[in-house]
Structures are given as structure tokens and as C-alpha cells.
Design a protein around this ligand. Structure first.
Ligand code: GLP
Length: 240
């Protein structure tokens, strides 16, 4: 695992943007795995800025897979992860919406297997962008998730629902169920790019990077991956 300590969230965003852009320059048909949440936003904003100023490669041939999705929100809900990724990244890069896949929350029972098949059919994910939850979760794989898990439905912990309440009117409006790529799914991406910023992530980052490989810290699966990069600002690196 390559751990890259940087100073600020903006630097983390710029280095993450460089990584994604370099991939798309090398492979016009790159497959991106996309996380939502606050952590990747500086990277996404930087990619859109470069696209607008004309310095970026074309994203027309790129395909995207989101990491996870809420179950139970009406189609088109602004906080669904599908709408969020359109708004925060892919629309801004001119990527057609039908090139952005997400787990089908309208059919959670069959969505997992179909999503796994769709990722394989696309040739697998080239770069998977990841954030980390304060409890060490990856995507929506909460502590206790199998390290080999596939895309499936999960129940959120109270802490994650409280953490995500800021995007909704109140914690009661945060769905209880989600579809998430599994830890095994994530491990099959060719390059994992985890971004973490802020002191609230310091303990989870330390457990993921320096702690034992354990389902108690799902992000510790990065230790198993041959090409994992962890970009940290000073606060997120403060417990290493
Ligand atoms: C959510 C998402 C994750 C994200 C994590 C951290 O629960 N499902 O994909 O990485 O929270 O979010 P943030 O970056 O906003 O701290």
C-alpha cells in the first residue's frame, strides 16, 4: 500500500484528479469506480475545472460504476447516489448518463448479481475511488462485513445514518437499507484510490493502514490489494 501524506484537502483532490486524468489519457475507454460523499469532492471539482478549461482529455468513452446506493428513495431523489454522482461529477465531465451504472435499488434482491455481471462485462474497474467512514467502513460495508463479500443489500449502522443525516432533513429520513459493492468486489478493481481528509477520519485511517487485517475495520482490506494508494491530508494522517 502506498500512503501519501499531503497538507490539505485541496492537494489530496489535485493528486487524485491527476491519477484519474492520467488513466483516461492512457485509456480512452477507462472504467471508473466512483464514490460519493464529501471526501472525493475536491478531486471531482478539480476534474470538472480542467474539463471546462479545455486541458482535460475527452471522457466520452469512459464508463462509470458507483460504489453504492440507498434503497427506498424515490427514483430521481437528489440524495440518491446516482443523482449525486451525475450532479457532482459525470454531468460536469460530459459523460452520458447511460454510461454511468449504479446498483438497481428498485430490485434489491437481484441487483447485486446483476451489478457484479455488469462490472465483469465492462472489463472490470480500472481505478476505484474510495472514501472511508469514521467507523472504517468502505462503500457501505459496515464493520463485520465479509472481506470477500459481493454486491448485496446491507443495513446501515446508527452511526452511519447519523453521519449521513447532513444530506437529508433529519436522521429519520436517511434510508436504513442500501446496496453496496462488496469488499471482494472492490478488491477486484485494478487500482484502489482512497482519499481521506479531516481529523474525524484519523482513527479509521490508522486502523485501516496500520491495524490488523480485520472485518472490524473493513477498509483494512486495502492491505490485501497489490495496488492501493491512500491520499491523506495532515489531519487524516495525524494518528499514523
Ligand atoms: C458514506 C459512503 C461512502 C463514503 C463514506 C464517507 O457512507 N457510502 O462511500 O466513503 O460515507 O463519506 P464522507 O467522504 O462524506 O466522509
Amino acid at each position: 500500500m502506498e500512503v501519501v501524506p499531503l497538507s490539505t484537502a485541496a492537494e489530496v483532490g489535485a493528486v487524485a484528479a491527476d491519477t484519474i486524468e492520467a488513466l483516461v489519457r492512457a485509456r480512452t475507454d477507462a472504467v471508473l469506480g466512483l464514490a460519493t460523499g464529501s471526501s472525493p469532492l475536491p478531486a471531482y471539482q478539480e476534474l470538472i475545472r480542467r474539463h471546462r478549461d479545455g486541458s482535460a482529455p475527452s471522457y466520452d468513452g469512459v464508463r462509470c460504476f458507483t460504489l453504492d446506493e440507498y434503497v427506498g428513495l424515490p427514483v430521481g431523489h437528489p440524495e440518491s447516489y446516482r443523482e449525486t454522482i451525475f450532479r457532482e461529477l459525470t454531468d460536469g465531465l460530459g459523460i452520458a448518463r447511460d454510461r454511468v451504472a449504479s446498483p438497481d435499488a428498485s430490485d434489491p434482491e437481484h441487483a447485486g448479481l446483476r451489478y457484479e455481471e455488469a462490472i465483469v462485462a465492462a472489463g472490470g474497474v480500472d481505478v476505484q475511488v474510495l472514501g472511508i467512514g469514521a467507523d472504517g467502513h468502505l462503500a457501505f460495508n459496515e464493520p463485520g462485513s465479509s472481506l470477500a463479500s459481493a454486491t448485496r443489500m446491507k443495513t446501515l449502522t446508527d452511526q452511519t445514518r447519523r453521519d449521513n443525516a447532513r444530506f437529508f432533513g433529519s436522521v429519520d429520513e436517511v434510508p436504513r437499507h442500501v446496496l453496496t459493492q462488496g469488499l471482494g468486489t472492490i478488491l477486484r478493481a485494478r487500482h484502489l484510490l482512497l482519499v481521506a481528509t479531516g481529523a474525524g477520519k484519523a482513527a479509521a485511517v490508522a486502523a485501516a493502514v496500520e491495524g490488523p487485517l480485520s472485518a472490524s475495520c473493513p477498509a483494512s482490506v486495502l492491505q490485501l490489494h497489490p495496488h492501493a494508494t491512500v491520499l491523506l491530508d495532515e489531519a487524516a494522517a495525524s494518528s499514523l
